[in-house]
Design a binder for this molecule. Structure first.
Ligand code: SF4
Length: 363
């Protein structure tokens, strides 16, 4: 009985707070499962501010699941360019095709159907079905995980082992009978706006009276800090291979591990002790079959990929002999600089292409 009373209080306090304090976000104007699904996929690992322009552009291009299913993968990747974690886009696209082929394009109120779709884990399933159909299904992501751990005073790590099981059970236990979708969003919103990783604003929190971390002054230690992987430095060379005014752009294979089916100028890790220009000649030959004459250094780009801190030095080189032949790339095209923006590329590669376009304009 005591537990139930606590839940009713939580529900009342949190939903009341959410009704007056929630941000007016584009995906909150709808209960349509397709739009909610797109937003939730985009929001995984990405901030709200970064997602907003992508969400509008994506829905303008693909207003329905049928439109998305009928699209070419290159179109989908191009619209996702800059948002990162491109596997999400490929999964979304594949899942849309599956729903159109097997369920006549319906997004059903059925967890079993959703669980079979590529890229749909417990979070996406709970987020879409609770918001679109008011299904009583929990969600756990970084914000709600932090709120729940503090609220219950959970001392272990809710991201690992039995902590993971604990946090999902906790998320389920606090769900109200009605407005489960709003309640899930309210937990996330509270984590984003009030119960922040450092210095949570407990004095503004609707859960302050029942929160164990607040009562015991444990906000700084619950949850424990995320274990950071050791960072490895990597030096790479990227080659802008020219044939007159045209540049060689290559498409990565569909089993590339990352940036699958996206385009790029050839790049690879440098061998320790190898001179930069020797790397240019070697990598060009190895990845494109072309013999090149290195030219000027264009740009150095520093970026991170998972636990790797990459320094990519980009060099121009003229193709002097051979035809494109690669054991790695799926295909290649010789393009004018103005055409480079038509192809989906990773963020570091887009930086390079913007630089090439700017330089091109000067001459
Ligand atoms: S009282 Fe403080 S620690 Fe507890 S949920 Fe609210 S903001 Fe977080």
């Amino acid at each position: 009985m005591k537990h139930q009373t606590l839940n009713i209080n939580l529900e009342t306090c949190l939903l009341k707070w959410f009704d007056t304090h929630h941000r007016d976000l584009p995906w909150r104007k709808t209960r349509h499962p397709y739009q909610i699904w797109v937003s939730e996929v985009m929001l995984q690992q990405t901030t709200v501010a970064a997602v907003i322009p992508f969400f509008s552009r994506f829905l303008t291009a693909f207003p329905t699941i049928q439109a998305l299913a009928a699209a070419d993968e290159q179109q989908v990747l191009k619209l996702w360019e800059g948002l990162g974690y491109y596997r999400r886009a490929r999964h979304l696209h594949a899942a849309a095709k599956q729903l159109v082929a097997d369920h006549a394009g319906k997004l059903p109120d059925d967890p079993d159907v959703w669980a079979e779709l590529p890229g749909v884990g417990r979070y996406i399933l709970g987020a879409v079905l609770s918001q679109a159909f008011d299904r009583r299904l929990p969600i756990v992501e970084a914000n709600s995980l932090r709120v729940l751990a503090r609220l219950f005073g959970y001392r272990g790590d809710p991201r690992e082992g039995e902590g993971k099981a604990w946090v999902w059970t906790a998320a389920e236990s606090v769900l109200p009978q009605k407005r489960a979708g709003d309640f899930n969003q309210a937990l996330m919103e509270l984590g984003a706006l009030v119960c922040t990783p450092t210095n949570p604003a407990c004095h503004q929190c609707p859960l302050a009276a029942t929160c164990v971390a607040n009562r015991d002054g444990l906000q700084a230690t619950i949850p424990p800090p995320k274990k950071q992987p050791a960072i490895t430095d990597v030096s790479e060379v990227g080659i802008v291979i020219r044939r007159g005014k045209r540049i060689l752009l290559c498409r990565r294979p569909s089993n590339a591990g990352r940036w699958q089916n996206m385009w790029e100028v050839p790049h690879a890790e440098r061998v320790i002790g190898e001179e930069l220009m020797a790397s240019v000649v070697r990598v060009a030959k190895e990845f494109t079959g072309l013999t090149v004459e290195p030219g000027r250094e264009v740009l150095t780009i520093r970026h991170g990929v998972t636990r790797y801190r990459i320094t990519l030095v980009c060099v121009e080189a003229e193709s002097v002999k051979g035809r494109f032949k690669s054991k790695f790339y799926a295909e290649a095209k010789w393009l004018n600089v103005s055409e480079l923006s038509d192809y989906p590329v990773s963020s570091p590669q887009r930086k390079l292409m913007t630089e090439l376009a700017d330089t091109n304009r000067l001459f």
